[in-house]
Design a protein around this ligand. Structure first.
Ligand code: SF4
Length: 227
């Protein structure tokens, strides 16, 4: 919730002193019809990108921001702004990597402000199970129709989860796609399998967390003795 962070808000206000309308218009295509709140919003994004370099968070340092391609304008503006404030704050221009982003479980844009829209690594297994059962699929309105016409994996979020996270083997993924398109598998069955995979994933994650927990605590204690 970047816009609720006091540090981000304060920094946005400060950075806005050196950004004029022509610059944001050139980047975002704003016009005379654009609302003032919309005009200001890029500064919140820029402040969100740069605030980890404030003294409070450890000071200036190289940063890499993973984003979707549609976020590139914010990164370009952030680099310009970082250069303008290099003396005042010591900012280094942020680097970025570009990713194809997964859709949320209902086919929209993922957002941490809608907890049911995504699987969080901190969720317990039963919450993942519920979310997977509620996820949008590419299934047909009835099982009969699905057996006749086949499903549409390109629209299906369960398929997308398999593709990005839970089916490392392409061969297996292709098999699921073909079975779905031929109507050889229906969504209930498919989701059951998916829930099992997801629970296995969480179990393994928990075991790995246990393995490294004491190591992480020791390291943190070395860096921050009061930890
Ligand atoms: S069968 Fe599986 S992959 Fe196909 S639409 Fe249903 S949930 Fe998605």
């Amino acid at each position: 919730f970047q816009s609720r962070s006091q540090e981000v808000q304060g920094l946005a206000y400060s950075l806005a002193r050196k950004v004029n309308f022509s610059e944001v218009r050139a980047i975002y295509g704003f016009s005379g019809e654009t609302h003032l709140s919309h005009l200001y919003y890029p500064m919140i994004d820029v402040a969100d990108i740069l605030h980890p370099q404030l003294e409070k968070f450890g000071g200036p340092r190289p940063t890499v921001v993973p984003v979707g391609v549609d976020q590139d304008p914010h990164l370009r503006l952030a680099r310009d702004v970082a250069a303008k404030f290099s003396e005042e704050y010591g900012f280094l221009p942020p680097s970025s990597t570009y990713h194809r982003l997964m859709r949320d479980l209902f086919g929209g844009k993922m957002s941490s402000s809608r907890p049911d829209s995504a699987l969080f690594l901190t969720d317990p297994p039963e919450v993942w199970e519920r979310k997977i059962w509620d996820a949008l699929t590419g299934g047909r309105p009835t099982a009969r129709e699905q057996r006749e016409k086949g499903g549409e994996p390109s629209k299906c979020l369960v398929y997308e989860l398999c593709m990005y996270h839970f089916m490392p083997e392409d061969k297996e993924l292709l098999e699921l796609k073909e079975r779905c398109e031929k109507g050889e598998i229906i969504c209930g069955e498919c989701k059951e399998g998916m829930v099992e995979r997801a629970k296995d994933f969480l179990r393994e994650l928990e075991e790995r967390r246990k393995e490294v927990r004491s190591k992480v605590e020791r390291l943190l204690h070395e860096i921050y003795p009061t930890f």
